[in-house]
Ligand binder design. Structure first.
Ligand SMILES: Cc1cc2nc3c(=O)[nH]c(=O)nc-3n(C[C@H](O)[C@H](O)[C@H](O)COP(=O)(O)OP(=O)(O)OC[C@H]3O[C@@H](n4cnc5c(N)ncnc54)[C@H](O)[C@@H]3O)c2cc1C
Length: 305
């Protein structure tokens, strides 16, 4: 049943007619429970409300693959505008971005130019930027760009995925850069040649990476909704005298809301990943595919205005 509904939502996520209709409707059917709005300006009151609850944010402009230079330049400008809005509204928020949206698949010098422009503005206005990690064919390029920019722009982070065999080595390789790393299990479909295929192995490797990065003395963002990972991090930090300001938990907006607030109450830092933009449809369907329990609020959303 679970596999069936997963395939059903993945099938819907690739339906371009529904995607076009979704852009016309705006976030509906419960999507506004996990998406911040169609524009960043629209998401500002929500970010302020979350900040007031003690949550920190990272915002991500939703978008499917970018195939033209003009679109990549437009996306770059959108990131810069988001950085400016964060600064002008004094929001406690970072920016997350994907290198494919800045032209990674188009031209190498294009993505470098675009990243430099974003990072100059981010440095000027003191906003941290995290490069999301995409599929394994782009891991090396992403880490090369990260290493190329990190020394010049200290407020730059990226992501390591525990399902990849290479990640323990990548963590050591990044150590001299005093990296700001988000550690995740990994969201893409990867072959057994590059990634663990058993969930238990992916979970164990995430614990290993969390340990490794914390013991290396680096700030660590543990991005998971999994209680086993959250409890492991808390216990490991406590037993090894790792201060609470050396790590944070990250969760997607709309997932485990009560857990986010409970962690704040316990004195931990929590950052919420808030997507926004008109391309909400694919993101929404993929989250439903990942966790069909989310269907409950989606169905409730159909009957709400
Ligand atoms: C802030 C953030 C940023 C991310 N960035 C990236 C990225 O750049 N690149 C990338 O590849 N991936 C990224 N991911 C996705 C990540 O790799 C995983 O695919 C995703 O987080 C699912 O793994 P999990 O550890 O949350 O829990 P899972 O392994 O999916 O679930 C484990 C258990 O956690 C609990 N659980 C999970 N979800 C929920 C929920 N919604 N409500 C209640 N309980 C739940 C359940 O008990 C479940 O059995 C990101 C995730 C987050 C949270």
């Amino acid at each position: 049943m679970q596999a069936l509904s997963k395939n059903f939502f993945l099938f819907l996520s690739n339906n371009s007619a529904l995607d076009r209709m979704a852009k016309k409707w705006g976030p509906k059917f419960g999507a506004n429970q996990i998406v911040g709005g169609e524009t960043f300006e629209e998401a500002v009151p929500l970010i302020q409300q979350l900040n007031n609850q003690g949550l920190q944010l990272t915002v991500d402009h939703l978008g499917e693959f970018v195939t033209s230079e003009a679109e990549a330049v437009k996306r770059t400008q959108e990131c810069i505008d988001a950085i400016k809005t964060i600064h002008s509204h004094q929001l406690n928020s970072q920016v997350s971005l994907k290198l494919t949206s800045l032209g990674l698949d188009i031209r190498k010098d294009l993505v470098w130019d675009n990243m430099e422009k974003i990072m100059e503005e981010a440095a000027r206005l003191d906003v941290t930027v995290t490069i999301d990690m995409e599929d394994s064919t782009r891991t090396q390029q992403t880490l090369d760009i990260y290493k190329g920019l990190k020394n010049k722009y200290p407020n730059l982070g990226t992501v390591i995925q525990s399902y990849l065999y290479r990640s323990t080595d990548d963590l050591e390789d990044l150590s001299p850069y005093d990296p700001y790393l988000r550690l995740v299990k990994g969201a893409y479909k990867e072959p057994g040649t590059v990634a663990f295929t058993e969930k238990a192995q992916v979970d164990e490797n995430l614990k290993k990476l969390i340990k490794q990065n914390l013991l290396n003395g680096h700030y660590t963002a543990v991005a998971s909704h999994d209680d086993a990972i959250i409890d492991f991090t808390k216990l490991f930090a406590r037993n090894n005298n790792i201060p609470k300001d050396q790590f944070e938990f990250q969760m997607l907006y709309g997932m485990r809301n009560q857990t986010q607030l409970d962690l704040i109450q316990e004195g931990y830092k929590v950052r919420v990943y808030l997507p926004y933009g008109t391309d909400w449809y694919g993101y929404f369907m993929r989250r439903l595919a990942e966790r069909p329990a989310n269907v409950a609020f989606a169905i409730k959303g159909i009957f709400k205005k």
